[in-house]
Design a protein around this ligand. Structure first.
Ligand SMILES: [Zn+2]
Length: 58
């Protein structure tokens, strides 16, 4: 039995462990990356914008 494969909307990684959001998925690696990113890090803004897109698309 194959687990459901989902593609991460941030890095494009495809795997069964991705977390489902309103309109997409995020892999555990990106989730970890997001939670490890400081709010004043420029990357944080990128992640938040990406997540916002996903929520609004749903
Ligand atoms: Zn990812």
């Amino acid at each position: 039995m194959d687990p459901e494969m989902r593609q991460c909307c941030i890095c494009g990684f495809v795997g069964p462990d991705s977390v489902r959001l309103a309109a997409g998925c995020i892999c555990p690696k990106c989730l970890e990356l997001i939670s490890a990113t400081e709010v004043d890090d420029p990357k944080y803004g990128f992640f938040v914008a990406k997540l916002k897109e996903l929520w609004q698309a749903g």
